[in-house]
Ligand binder design. Sequence first.
Ligand SMILES: Cc1cc2nc3c(=O)[nH]c(=O)nc-3n(C[C@H](O)[C@H](O)[C@H](O)COP(=O)(O)OP(=O)(O)OC[C@H]3O[C@@H](n4cnc5c(N)ncnc54)[C@H](O)[C@@H]3O)c2cc1C
Length: 381
Amino acid sequence: MNHKDFSYIVVGSGLFGAVIAERIASQLQQKVLVIEKRDHIGGNCHSAIDEETGIEYHTYGTHIFHTGEEKVWQYINRFSSFNTYRHQVLSCYKNKIYQLPINLETINSYYNLNLKPFEVDAFLEKITKGEKSNPVNFEEKAISSIGRELYEAFVRGYTVKQWQIDPKALPAEIFSRLPVRKNYNENYYFDEWQGIPLNGYTHIFNNLLGHPNISVLLNTDFFSIKDTFDKDVTIIYSGPIDRYFDYKFGTLSWRTLHFERKVFPVKDYQGNAVINYPEEGIPYTRIHEPVHLHPERKYNTDKTVVFEEYSLPDNGANPYYPILTEENIKKLRQYKEYAAGFKNLFICGRLGEYKYYDMDKTISNALNLFETRIKEAKRNQ
Ligand SMILES: Cc1cc2nc3c(=O)[nH]c(=O)nc-3n(C[C@H](O)[C@H](O)[C@H](O)COP(=O)(O)OP(=O)(O)OC[C@H]3O[C@@H](n4cnc5c(N)ncnc54)[C@H](O)[C@@H]3O)c2cc1C
């Protein structure tokens, strides 16, 4: 493969890289080289078949597609149809199952009550009486919203395990994003369009990257071949921004995840795709059971595979969640300002922007980058 044949280099075959490569290949009719350091396409959305059970699982944690953006839904449906899966999350506290996000069932079950929706506000007022009226951190905000007991049971331990940080050190706004429902609605997402790709996520990536103008180079770190490209080639880089500039302004820190695979000789181990384990004494944060993601499939097995999820400090190999401390935000600003001075370079995706994005937002960002900047740059060439 001659690198000089390509006028566009896309670093990373995750959702951002795959969508932007597809747009350039199909709309601009240009040759695109996608460089991926892993041994597979799809980035963190990758799915694979568990060899022992034949069950499809999501390699980097359960991924549910959901969007309220019609443009995104129409775009992605050109590459796959979706099943009718609706996500529900449960929490196992002291060997009893509760619904999440906290709703009327969680409250009634925990307190052994039968409150009606119109009685919830008064009840919450009673259990938060005497707590801070001007909460200044995550813990104070949570306690003043749902009371100390529900906070201790469902929120505190999970937060500590996930972030390894005292919840008092987190900003109050983070809790404001966690909904408390006053009815029995147990749907995790309310978006109009939801589901799991009928043939798995990797199938979508095969379709996105299957355009004849696209070549994919796996097992290749972009930095090991960076110098082989022409200076005027357009680079769309969806790897970590600090790495691109050789950590010039310091390292941006991440949390990473580790999954422990287990197989059980039963068809259904836990009855749900994801169950949270909020107690600090239990080392994992969640258990995933992928068989539930495809209710339309008839898996021919008497076994099920599950994955325990452990949250760890980043070891540099698999960045998952950005840690948005003031220090990291300051470094990110320096990187972004510096990157703006480079012509023909677009740093993007969740790693490039050091930001958590759901899949629909990632697609939307890639489509927007193509429409607003890549097309324009091509016209001006
Ligand atoms: C645990 C978890 C669960 C999630 N669940 C959901 C969910 O249920 N629903 C939802 O909508 N979203 C979910 N997401 C978000 C979703 O994973 C992201 O939106 C999506 O993966 C972002 O795609 P990306 O292309 O930006 O990044 P990535 O998928 O990380 O792709 C970046 C790619 O670049 C490659 N790369 C990096 N550096 C180099 C280099 N130097 N050379 C070559 N290749 C390189 C990487 O190997 C990787 O393949 C979840 C995320 C996590 C972490």
